[in-house]
Write a protein that binds this ligand. Structure first.
Ligand SMILES: CC(C)(COP(=O)(O)OP(=O)(O)OC[C@H]1O[C@@H](n2cnc3c(N)ncnc32)[C@H](O)[C@@H]1OP(=O)(O)O)[C@@H](O)C(=O)NCCC(=O)NCCSC(=O)C[C@@H](O)CCCCCCCCCCCCC(=O)O
Ligand SMILES: NC(=O)c1ccc[n+]([C@@H]2O[C@H](COP(=O)([O-])OP(=O)(O)OC[C@H]3O[C@@H](n4cnc5c(N)ncnc54)[C@H](O)[C@@H]3O)[C@@H](O)[C@H]2O)c1
Length: 709
């Protein structure tokens, strides 16, 4: 029309074609004397998800973003961004280059570049602080968190929020500001408002970011760039932003984090050997669910379900457990509601001692003790009680899902839904596809996981599935290192330096050492034929470390008993302190078994623990228990505290170089021939023989792919 011009980017992201389109159309609009103002909006009701991440791996083409945004800001006609659904990353930077911003009430805004190992390098680190001040800009840029339109309005990031049509509201605003001076609207002209204690603010942020993402470069670079906005004129701040971005852009961390972005999405695209896939299998609607067992896991699972709007019937065996479960679940829901300023949906959950109340639910998640006989009796009872088409799911950590299915009247409707503790917090859900689980059942479990805010990964049915199967070997290495001369704190420190949120011994204390103890008993590794005074260091034909069993026998069960690998102030204490008693205990142990302690380097700790994970990952791929290395990596990133900026154990192995991994495993295996898991897997050898092809081609090197999903 004669007064305004609509410029519609072509897609969700600022690809080369979109940048070209915007650059040319803006130039035309600025030239055209009939046009008085410009509104920028997105296609299909989505403003913009930022730069096209896929382009980062290629040679840059098309007009660059920074000059494009400068041209908009410098223009002599008002440009208004109409933000529908999202303005993220380069999308928000584009909006910040506009003179005004209108957002729909449901829109989300943010600068998530830090989560991709980058910083907002299209002027975002320089314009945002000039608009919001330093503390708010630091918060948004170093965390990458998305904010609501309402919060953006409070922070001054948008000028108007509308419940109606954002494009119409933007047109209205654009027409109303024609002729007004634009200089005050150009953020690059603004002086950055400074807090009284600038140094203190930055020191505090650096402490926070280093604690949050140990060893990650991007949050520190983000803070430095914002500091430049505080101390330098805009143009020099922009140079600093560019220099910092150059360092990040080609870093291994950025590659790892961008890999995680796509791997997370790829994990949702599951397929089964029978041809059923994520895009051809329809999930069932789930309105009501049962949870059996309100212990550590059942409580968190019930909370997730209720928070996702699903009515829950929670079943326990005895009044005492029911009561304690009820209090815990209500407490969690109330705290969450308080945080979000809403009413706790307590009416959505019923607590009962009777399985009969499960007769009308759409799906049940069982979370009773890890005991096959008990679980089988529960599943047999569920078959009798539940509607014939209700799905029966188990939260087992590693038991045979198909054996459980076999006691039911509906094996195709049985599937594993393996949550991680605490279940209402941890993002991972392993969906265990039994050989008889139907496509509809798998689709329902995967979709339900997504609805609960989880990253659902489909895996095969083998002992420990993917995550715990690998964890067992990782833990074994850590125990062997203690025998050979390391201390728990030395191992933990090396793993934390590598980037793990917590070292393995701290994790073991947190989870409770008795969990593994029970599993080892059930596996026949501990029993009456084991000498309690001088337990053997070889069992079932391989090296075995009895140290954790000896600890459990002393009542050292971890945080819950106030003592484990570390010492705590009291039972339930959280602060782990090195315990001199553990040091003497390890010395006595080595003396008794004639082991001479040797000096163990940080490199050895990390290589043995981390390469053994990848080695088992290769075996899992060969066994068909995971569809792709990306799936294994997502299990470790979202379920086991693996540092995201290292991509996952499989990605890390590829980054280090498969030939190096092979050579180091061979070296450690030569030193420890009684640890079969240090022996390089066939697939790893074959890949090295094929000159280490990229990860996408690994599957082609498996002799016969026999998917167990
Ligand atoms: C946008 C979302 C919120 C949508 O979520 P939703 O759940 O609806 O959908 P999906 O997540 O499933 O996504 C659908 C589909 O789209 C793909 N996708 C989404 N976003 C992107 C994207 N930004 N790029 C590419 N592809 C994207 C997604 O993969 C799905 O497809 P698939 O096939 O996988 O199923 C949500 O998707 C989301 O959160 N997206 C990411 C948002 C984000 O992080 N944005 C920031 C991007 S980075 C950025 O914007 C950088 C800017 O600051 C610009 C910087 C300037 C660059 C200058 C570079 C100069 C460097 C030079 C250095 C040279 C050094 C040297 O050579 O020496
Ligand atoms: N704790 C973890 O970190 C973790 C993580 C993932 C998976 N899991 C798995 O989740 C399951 C539960 O583990 P948990 O740690 O929550 O155990 P838990 O011991 O904390 O709780 C189990 C609960 O089940 C109840 N229960 C036992 N028999 C029952 C029955 N017949 N009917 C109703 N309730 C019954 C018990 O009273 C108890 O409250 C196990 O299979 C475990 O392997 C545990």
């Amino acid at each position: 029309c004669s007064d305004e011009l609509f410029i519609r980017p072509l897609s969700l992201v600022l690809s080369a074609a979109v940048r070209k389109g915007i650059t040319e159309a803006v130039a035309r609009a600025f030239k055209d004397t009939r046009v008085k103002a410009v509104v920028l909006c997105g296609e299909n009701g989505k403003f913009c998800g930022g730069a096209d991440i896929r382009e980062f791996a290629k040679a840059m083409s098309g007009p660059p973003l920074v000059p494009m945004i400068h041209a908009i800001e410098a223009g002599e006609k008002p440009v208004v961004a109409a933000i529908e659904e999202m303005a993220l990353g380069g999308g928000l930077e584009l909006a910040l280059g506009c003179h005004y911003r209108v957002a729909h009430a449901k829109a989300r805004l943010g600068l998530p570049e830090v989560t991709l190992g980058l910083l907002p390098a299209a002027g975002g680190t320089q314009r945002l602080p000039r608009l919001t001040g330093i503390p708010a800009a630091l918060d948004l840029i170093t965390t990458g968190r998305h904010i609501s339109a309402q919060e953006a309005l409070k922070l001054g990031i948008v000028d108007r929020v509308t419940e109606g049509n954002a494009v119409e509201a933007a047109v209205e605003l654009a027409l109303s500001v024609v002729g007004r001076p634009l200089a005050p609207r150009r953020l690059s002209n603004h002086a950055t408002p400074l807090p009284a204690d600038l140094d203190g603010v930055f020191e505090e942020v650096l402490v926070q970011v280093k604690r949050r993402a140990r060893g990650a470069m991007a949050p520190v670079a983000c803070a430095k760039a914002v500091r430049a906005a505080a101390e330098l004129p805009y143009s020099r701040g922009l140079e600093c932003e560019r220099e910092l971005m150059n360092t990040l852009f080609t870093s291994g961390q950025a590659r790892a984090l961008q890999y995680c972005f796509f791997a997370q999405r790829a994990a949702g695209k599951w397929s089964l050997p029978n041809g059923a896939r994520w895009d051809n299998s329809r999930p069932r609607a789930v309105h009501t669910a049962g949870v059996i067992g309100l212990g550590t896991m059942g409580r968190g699972i019930a909370v997730c379900l209720v928070k996702a709007g699903i009515s829950v019937v929670a079943v326990e065996t005895e009044e005492k457990q029911l009561d304690s479960g009820r209090r815990a679940v209500r407490g969690m829901l109330e705290r969450d509601a308080k945080r979000r300023g809403v009413t706790a949906p307590l009416h959505m959950i019923t607590f009962t001692l009777s399985m009969q109340q499960l007769r009308d639910v759409d799906l049940v998640i069982e979370a009773v003790f890890e005991d096959m006989a008990l679980k089988k009796s529960v599943f047999a009872e569920l078959s009798r009680v539940c509607r014939p088409n209700a799905l029966l799911c188990t939260n087992t950590s590693g038991l045979d899902v198909d054996e459980l299915a076999s006691v039911t009247d509906r094996p195709p409707l049985v599937v594993g839904m393996h949550f991680f503790a605490p279940a209402h917090v941890m993002k991972l859900l392993e969906v265990i596809c039994g050989p008889r689980s139907s496509p509809e059942t798998v689709a329902t479990a995967m979709t339900l996981g997504k609805r609960l805010g989880k990253v659902s990964v489909a895996v095969g049915n083998c002992p420990g599935f993917v995550g715990n199967r690998m964890l067992k070997l990782y833990l074994d290495q850590a125990h062997f290192l203690l025998e050979e001369g390391a201390s728990p704190e030395q191992v933990d420190q090396a793993l934390e330096e590598f980037g793990f949120a917590l070292g393995i011994f701290k994790v073991a204390d947190l989870s409770g050492l008795d969990i593994g103890w029970r599993v080892r008993k059930a596996a026949g590794l501990i029993g009456p034929d084991v000498d309690p005074k001088f337990p053997s260091r070889h069992r079932q034909g391989r090296r075995y470390c009895p140290l954790p069993d000896l600890l459990c026998e002393q009542g050292r069960l971890g945080q819950k008993s106030g003592r484990g690998w570390y010492l705590y102030d009291s039972a339930g204490g959280k602060e782990a302190r090195p315990d001199p008693a553990i040091s003497s205990f390890l010395q006595e142990y080595r003396l008794r078994y004639g082991i001479s302690a040797r000096r163990i380097t940080e490199q050895e700790v990390v290589e043995r623990c981390v390469f053994v994970l990848a080695n088992e990952g290769f075996r899992i791929l060969e066994d068909g228990m995971a569809a792709a290395p990306e799936d294994i990596d997502m299990v470790y990133v979202f379920g086991y505290g693996w540092p995201r900026h290292r991509g996952g154990p499989m990605f890390h192995a590829a980054q280090v170089g498969l030939a190096t991994v092979l050579q180091r495993l061979e070296f450690y295996h030569r030193q420890n021939p009684d640890i079969p898991h240090l022996q390089p897997s066939t697939l790893l050898r074959r890949l090295v023989g094929a000159r280490s092809p990229p990860m996408q081609q690994w599957k082609q090197h498996i002799r016969s792919i026999n998917s167990q999903l």
